[in-house]
Write a protein that binds this ligand. Sequence first.
Ligand SMILES: NC(=O)c1ccc[n+]([C@@H]2O[C@H](COP(=O)([O-])OP(=O)(O)OC[C@H]3O[C@@H](n4cnc5c(N)ncnc54)[C@H](OP(=O)(O)O)[C@@H]3O)[C@@H](O)[C@H]2O)c1
Length: 285
Amino acid sequence: MKTVKLNNGIEMPILGYGVYQVTPEECERCVLDALSVGYRSVDTAQAYFNEEGVGNAISKSGIPRNELFITTKVWISNAGYEKAKASIAESLRKLQSDYVDLLLIHQPFGDYYGTYRAMEEAYKAGKARAIGVSNFYPDRLVDLAECCEIKPAVNQVETHVFNQQIEPQRIMEEYGTRVMSWGPFAEGKNNFFTNELLKTIGEKYGKSVAQVALRYLIQRDVIVIPKSTHKERMIENMDVFDFSLSEEDMQAITTLDQKKSLFLSHTDPEIVKWMINMVKKEAVI
Ligand SMILES: NC(=O)c1ccc[n+]([C@@H]2O[C@H](COP(=O)([O-])OP(=O)(O)OC[C@H]3O[C@@H](n4cnc5c(N)ncnc54)[C@H](OP(=O)(O)O)[C@@H]3O)[C@@H](O)[C@H]2O)c1
């Protein structure tokens, strides 16, 4: 598996497996399937309610822990130093591991500075091999990166052919922060899997729309974590290292960029209010 070097020198697989919207009941089986076909990186989060499934799969797989790369994220309801610290301990318990490879702030809301301090402490204590953020748009990323001690290694943001994050990626690079794509298929929105341009390009290489979309991001050094509950799709989504998109095809795909979210805008005050009020109602741990 091709890896990328993070800004603290550790190596991370450029392709992994995401478990958002994988039910707690299904998660263990899905992660075991993913590991059996060769995935070594798994992306979960406190808010997915399936860290235990990931932990069970890790322990049942028999794969040495140091051959795996596990990412989790601290949810908004655990924002702030004390709550974040307790939630990190709880995540490690659920994951049945002494450390995670990558620990992220899930959303840039609430007392995320306090959260980040707890994460820096976890990093120094060896409980996280790398730390970073998610859904930090350039303004918040720059603010945190300028003020914190340990620069975010990764920023996991919505990144796919319709929202390519080309300018934000340039800004993140100033801090050595890698773009990690969530929703590399835009969860199928906008007729993703039948897109004519991606289909035509794929036919040239004998590859599917999904494979072209992942390959496009990988060639831009974007880390990808496609999700599927189907083993045959897990295999398809990993089979992207035996071809290269030409410069011409890469350029053609840039024309699909709408430079905006297909889901929700993290800079819309109403969305911020909605997210914060939603988590006030239900605590995650
Ligand atoms: N940080 C954040 O805020 C955030 C937000 C969203 C996601 N994420 C992370 O990013 C990961 C990936 O994003 P995502 O799960 O939202 O969506 P995604 O990977 O863009 O799309 C997943 C969807 O595509 C389908 N699919 C997968 N492979 C396919 C293929 N080869 N052909 C046709 N359909 C295929 C899946 O269906 P089946 O499962 O039925 O196969 C599922 O409906 C998540 O699992 C999570 O780890 C993070």
